[in-house]
Every structure is written in C-alpha cells, then in structure tokens.
Design a protein around this ligand. Structure first.
Ligand code: SF4
Length: 367
C-alpha cells in the first residue's frame, strides 16, 4: 500500500502543530518528503491506524527519530503502547521482563521508557549512570499504588522468615524491601528458585493465585489488582465464544481466576504474542490491555482479533508529542534515592539471574 494521500490530509497535519508547543519548530509539514521518510513505519501500522491519522503522527515520528540520533537515545516501549509508538518510533519492545533485560544491555546514553513509572524506575536501577526519561511522570499503575514499603515490613513481621517476591509493578521503595522481583513471564520460576515451601507473592492477588495453580509452593497473596484486567468478566468471554465457534481465548494472569477459567491459554504479554505468531488462530481474543491486540494484529493480518477494549489510562498518557518534548528538553528524568536503589537493584538483579526455562509461567495451556 502506498503512503496516505497527501493533498487530502495536509491541512489536518499542519493544524495539529500548536505554536505554543516547544517542539513545533521541529515538525515537518506533511508532504512527499515526509511521506517517503516515514513510509517504513506506515507500512507496519497501515492495518491498524486509519489512513487519515498518519499525516498527524508522521511529523512526530520523523522528529523523534532525528532527536534519538542527536541524543544517542534508545526508545523502549511496552506492549501496551499505541501502534504509532510501538511500531513507529520504538527501538526495543516487549513486556516488563523483556524491557528490564533490554534496559540492562543498552549502550545508549539516554533511555526513553514508553510505559509506566515503575518501568522507568526499573530501567534507572539497572542503568544508574544513564539518563532515563519517562515522557509523562504521572503514568502510574494501580498495582504499584496498592502496596507500600511499610506494608512489606508489616508482612515480614507477620510471616517471619518467609521470602518476599514482588512483581516488578511496584515502586523502588517496595522492591528495596523485597528478596527478589518477578514478572508475569517468570513468576513461577522465581518462586521455585527460592527452594522454600512458602512465599509471599505481592501485590497482585490474581497473579499470585495463578502462580499457586502452577507450583507446589504455598503462595501468600496481597489484595492488589490491575484496574484494567480486573474489569474482564467470564460472561463477556462466554458471549464471545457463542459468537465465534472457533474462537481462541488467551488471557493475562492479572485477570480474575474465573476469567482465566474461560481461557484456552494464560501467559504474559510476550507469551500471548508468541502464541498468536506460532499458532495463527483464525479468531482470537487477547484478554488484556487494548493496544496489545493492535500491535500484534499489525504483524498478523491473517488473524481476526476480537477486541474488547479495556485501555490502561496510565499507559495512554504516553504520546508521540510527549516523547518528542522529553527528548528535546530531557524532561522527566527518573531518579531513585541511592540508599533505596542499592537494595531495589539487588531484588531486580536476583530476578534477572533466574534462568529462563520452559516452565509454564511463560504461558500455560488451560486444560
Ligand atoms: S495495565 Fe494494569 S498493571 Fe499494567 S500499568 Fe496499567 S494498571 Fe498497571
């Protein structure tokens, strides 16, 4: 497919650039040169972004690419970012675990984390000497907000000697009180790597309950929930099944247990994407944040994605204009107090040291 029609959309593009926006002078007018420069990105998103929108995104895509070079910056984007970010400007993409590993390996001077605040903090923990930017510092997470460092200290008093495994969706202060971190990709491996009978698995109650179904280790959970995944209901999934005979339901373990019971496969966002890539089901519903389906659909036009649209309002705070501003002004630099960082880093590094295995926490078929 060629680039979007230039004459019909140039007005929309230029009117989007506000003179009060500090990045306005960095933006090229939509036209043949800009269409050619961004054609590679357009070909990746053309099935999931309306044609009329591309001339609005393209000036930012091109400007961000130029500023990345000037800053020797790398852009890391979570699977829940919108397609114009995920396929348009990101250098590295993935779930929380993948982003943590990639952040640890980059030799860029500046890391722009297109995700939420705890992800940028994790990148900073692993790269204390680098500049780590989050384009909107208000991008939080209901799970990270559900528990404090003081809560962990109280739990340790109540369960003396029981190791604390915390999801990476937590603040640096909470990580600092923990023995080791985990993500939905490696939670079972991390729990079992401790070689004990009982662990505190915090703060996501539903992830903890799902881990408990995958291991003999006794799991003590907390009451934190993801505000996006807890909204799914078993009834809506049953309704989808009625409408599509051969529907495959793949769900994220942050969903409530009764929702996971309706799924054919449970796994992290990366495991879900791999599942679609390897099995290419005719009809699939990804029971997770809405943009994930767009990003995977862009790679698999042969698969029909049924899309319940539960958006994460925190992830959606990150936009192309904010990424550009962040790169130009070096705004939103994340800092972690060094006394906290030393202990939090240890918990993250212990997680990264747990070998990747084929155990089912990477993704499990539901029988
Ligand atoms: S989707 Fe849920 S867990 Fe992920 S950042 Fe948003 S609120 Fe947090």
């Amino acid at each position: 497919m060629s680039s979007p029609d230039i004459s019909s959309v140039s007005k929309a593009s230029s009117s989007h650039v506000s003179p009060s926006n500090g990045s306005a002078s960095e933006l090229l007018e939509w036209g043949p040169a800009l269409a050619a420069a961004t054609h590679d990105a357009w070909t990746r998103v053309q099935d999931v972004i309306p044609e009329v929108e591309w001339p609005v995104h393209a000036p930012y895509v091109e400007a961000i690419r130029r500023w990345k070079e000037r800053r020797n910056a790398v852009i890391l984007a979570h699977n829940y970012q919108t397609p114009e970010i995920f396929h348009g400007v990101a250098d590295l993409t993935g779930d929380s675990l993948a982003l943590a590993r990639l952040a640890a390996e980059t030799d860029a001077d500046v890391i722009v984390l297109c995700g939420v605040h705890f992800m940028a903090e994790t990148a900073k923990l692993l790269n204390p000497e680098k500049t780590v930017l989050i384009p909107d510092a208000r991008a939080g997470c209901s799970l990270a907000d559900s528990i404090t460092a003081a809560d962990i200290r109280l739990l340790r008093e109540r369960y003396p000697g029981v190791p604390v495994v915390t999801y990476v969706n937590t603040s640096a202060e909470v990580k600092a009180e923990s023995d080791v971190c985990c993500t939905s990709s490696n939670a079972v491996q991390v729990v079992e790597s401790l070689g004990v009978d009982r662990v505190l698995c915090l703060p996501d109650e539903y992830l903890a309950k799902w881990v408990a179904t995958q291991t003999d280790v006794e799991i003590i959970a907390w009451k934190g929930h993801c505000e996006v995944h807890e909204r799914f209901t078993p009834q809506e999934l049953r309704d989808y099944r009625e409408r599509f005979d051969d529907l495959v339901i793949i769900a994220h373990p942050e969903c409530p247990p009764e929702v996971l019971d309706e799924a054919d496969f449970v796994g992290s966002t990366s495991a879900m994407a791999n599942y679609v890539g390897e099995r290419t089901p005719r009809n699939v519903v990804m029971v997770t944040e809405c943009s994930m389906s767009d990003n995977v659909a862009a790679l698999h036009p042969e698969v029909n994605f049924v899309r319940p649209c539960n958006l994460c309002p925190h992830m959606k705070r990150i936009t192309l204009p904010k990424i550009l501003e962040s790169l130009i002004r070096l705004d939103g630099a994340v800092e972690v107090d060094e006394a906290v960082a030393v202990r939090a880093r240890r918990a993250v590094e212990r997680m990264l040291d747990v070998p990747v295995s084929s155990k089912p926490s990477v993704g499990a078929l539901v029988s």
